[in-house]
Design a protein around this ligand. Structure first.
Ligand code: NYM
Length: 209
């Protein structure tokens, strides 16, 4: 008998919300329990497209907003076969940013709207769950200054947060990311367990218009 598929479990949020730490902790916890799981992150800077994105984020190159938006999306599409194969082979993917970051960040720029930004994402595998790590500005400020990458500025991050709130649907889970790391991990593990149970036997769907 074929085993069950993996789940596509996506973390979203502004910069410094603690997504990477929580993703890594979740992957470790799942692997220890014998649930096959792997970490994935977008942008994946290791691919050919990812290298251009990396140069753009580091401000080594300038690109028109629409062009770079499509590159971020293409970066997901170049990994779409990998995502589908891993899920089908039973591996759960714990994903550090996905299409929603693509839209929330690009649409925070002048002249870019949510609908235009969403279009290239249509048809990508749809997550079984999206967790939005929501950090208050006070706690974010305590984590130190932003880095030097593009987008790392308070005003811009405010717009990104408001875009995330516009994108969220009833299936998203909004998580209070001000909590201590360990408490947050326990809460997330619980959510994963219920998503894992409820997704057994369900096909992988795709993002829609
Ligand atoms: N980002 C990330 C986008 O603008 N569009 C996207 O599609 C994705 C996935 O890249 N500030 C932005 C959000 C971040 C930046 O991400 C780098 P990270 O997770 O810091 O490497």
């Amino acid at each position: 008998m074929m085993g069950r598929r993996g789940v596509l479990f996506v973390f979203e949020g502004c910069d410094r919300a603690g997504k990477t730490t929580q993703c890594r902790m979740l992957v470790d916890a799942l692997c220890k329990r014998g649930i096959p799981a792997e970490y994935m992150n977008f942008p994946d800077r290791s691919t050919a497209i990812g290298k251009i994105i990396n140069d753009y984020l580091l401000k080594k190159v300038e690109l028109p907003d629409k062009a770079v938006h499509l590159l971020f999306s293409a970066n997901r599409w170049e990994l779409e076969p990998v995502i589908k194969n891993k899920l089908a082979s039973g591996v759960s993917l714990i994903v550090d940013r996905y299409s929603y970051s693509g839209v929330a960040f690009s649409a925070a720029k002048k002249g870019m709207d949510l609908k235009w930004c969403w279009n290239p994402e249509i048809g990508l595998p749809e997550p079984d769950a999206v967790l939005l790590l929501n950090l208050t500005e006070e706690v974010s400020a305590k984590r130190g200054d932003f880095g030097l990458e593009r987008y790392e500025a308070t005003d811009f991050q405010r717009k990104v947060k408001s875009n995330f709130m516009d994108l969220k649907d009833s299936l998203w889970k909004i998580i209070d990311a001000d909590k201590p790391v360990e408490n947050l991990h326990v809460e997330i593990l619980d959510i994963f367990n219920s998503v894992y149970e409820s997704s057994a036997g369900k096909p992988i769907t795709v993002l829609k218009a």
